[in-house]
Ligand binder design. Structure first.
Ligand code: FNR
Length: 190
């Protein structure tokens, strides 16, 4: 396919397992053109007073445009205190609105694949559920299965951060294939 997908990691750290999972998605990704978003660190705290087409910070306007232009999204979320990191939730809040009813909601009806990694036994599963709740409100079109839960993540990546675990690679490919099916069925124009 020539579908363009924007991938967001909820972790800012250099050696993030979740960012590594997105790099693995680029490698094993069902022919998708996957761009990893680099701007998360620069997104300011959400402020409803600034959430208009005229007053949004430029980085937020840019993220909204990227999501609107993308055929689909991939989110890789760490789990912080049984939920998604605040920086990720904050960014999603900025792209979930259209108070003027003139621009459209970037996340609305967007095909989305969720994944996550953590060194713990439960491997981000609660954070992934929290993300699904967010996409309930936004009426996004989230892939339900397969679920990619890279629990005990330290056993699944090599020293350079390459995903080397066959089971997780298979799940990842399955998830991205399901995302392609969702994009195929998404209403036009996207
Ligand atoms: C964590 N971690 C964690 N892990 C988990 O499975 N459940 C949790 O609730 C938490 N809580 C938590 C809170 C905070 C503030 C931090 C910094 C970490 C551990 C977390 O899974 C681990 O740091 C991962 O490696 C984070 O993902 P990245 O950065 O490797 O992508």
């Amino acid at each position: 396919t020539d579908y363009k997908v924007l991938a967001i990691s909820g972790s800012l750290r250099a050696n993030s397992y979740n960012t590594a999972l997105l790099r693995a998605a680029q490698k094993h990704g069902a022919g998708l053109d996957i761009e990893i978003y680099e701007g998360l660190r620069e997104i300011p705290p959400y402020d409803l007073d600034l959430d208009t087409p005229q007053s949004r910070p430029a980085i937020v306007a840019d993220l909204r445009e990227r999501i609107t232009a993308a055929d689909g999204l991939i989110i890789a979320t760490p789990e912080y205190n049984y939920s998604m990191p605040g920086v990720l939730k904050n960014a999603l809040d900025w792209v979930s609105t259209d108070w003027t009813k003139t621009e459209g909601v970037p996340l609305r009806h967007k095909p989305i694949a969720i994944m996550g990694a953590a060194p713990t036994q439960f491997g981000s599963v609660r954070a992934q559920l929290a993300l699904r709740q967010v996409f309930h409100w936004t009426e996004s079109d989230v892939v339900l299965k397969p679920e990619v839960i890279a629990f005990r993540s330290h056993e699944r990546f090599d020293e350079e951060g390459n995903l080397v675990d066959e089971m997780t690679i298979d799940l990842l490919t399955g998830l991205l294939t399901a995302l392609v099916v969702k994009i195929d069925r998404a209403p036009q124009p996207r």
